[in-house]
Design a binder for this molecule. Structure first.
Ligand code: MLT
Length: 266
């Protein structure tokens, strides 16, 4: 099982395929398993690295308070360990927040940007209160309660009624996240800054992908991100809620592969 050790915390990752590197950063409260369809499709042409953030998937729970910036530093530490100077980086939702922190903290490491089902805006006051309520729920009732609460917004009602296999896959990924990881990620998301000015300074090829039925990162937010990034491209996946890459894997893979085919030098 490939891992790197960062300050006594073991981080799990996958490294598949050959060619120009692409690093994938998962959302909350998920793991690199959410990238299963993208890892399979992209690794035919590219070196695909995915990591489990601290406290998620098979990585160790955090020892210290988490922040979105610290997650970004972990992604760079993994790139260092693998000898990767620059990569196209893709992040979905919380993974997008991490990618935007990467663009602030280590812009020279990012050669292309793929922001999926995410938003540049910070949490509102009621959003921050919602994070604190979720932290209390995780502490009192555990990860399974968080999974049940989030599921209706992760997948469209059609997917939830017609694709029980995908529902079980997403539910069990969420329910197996550690409580420390959930609490840490919720605090990190609550305290993240607005990233609009970060996006305005992006100088590398960028793609924003939004789900037409996403309530967490609705089209108004994803379209605003595209407008903020100079020259960014936009792909709207119509029949998808938040986990657009799992609900519509072919359309998502096509958007990513078309973008990379045009922008990545091989
Ligand atoms: C995620 O999918 O990463 C989270 O739902 C994002 C958020 O809650 O802001």
């Amino acid at each position: 099982m490939p891992t790197i050790d960062l300050d006594g915390v073991s981080l799990y990752y996958t490294d598949e395929g050959m060619g120009e590197p692409v690093v994938l950063i998962h959302g909350f409260p998920l793991s690199l398993e959410m990238w299963t369809p993208q890892r399979a499709a992209l690794s035919a042409d590219y070196r695909v690295i995915a990591l489990d953030l601290r406290g998620s998937g098979r990585s160790d729970p955090p020892h210290h308070e988490l922040s979105i910036g610290a997650y970004a530093d972990d992604a760079v530490a993994l790139m260092d360990a693998l000898g990767i100077g620059q990569a196209t980086v893709g992040g979905l939702s919380m993974g997008g927040y991490v990618l935007m922190a990467l663009l602030r903290r280590h812009p020279e490491r990012v050669s292309g940007v793929i922001l999926m089902a995410t938003k540049a805006t910070a949490d509102t006051a009621s959003g921050k209160q919602g994070r604190d309520d979720m932290i209390a729920l995780a502490r009192s009732d555990g990860a399974a309660a968080i999974a049940e609460k989030m599921l209706p917004r992760m997948l469209t009602s059609r997917t939830r009624s017609e694709d029980p296999g995908l529902v079980d896959f997403v539910r069990s990924m969420m329910a197996s996240t550690s409580v420390e990881g959930i609490v840490g990620a919720l605090g990190a998301m609550r305290d993240r800054p607005d990233s609009t000015s970060t996006l305005e300074g992006v100088l590398v090829p960028s793609l924003v992908i939004g789900g037409g039925a996403d309530e967490i990162a609705p089209p108004a937010e994803t379209e605003a991100m595209q407008r903020a990034i100079p020259g960014a491209e936009f792909a709207l996946i119509p029949d998808a809620a938040h986990l657009l890459n799992l609900e519509q894997p072919e359309a998502t893979n096509r958007a990513i592969l078309d973008f990379m085919g045009r922008t990545v030098q091989r």
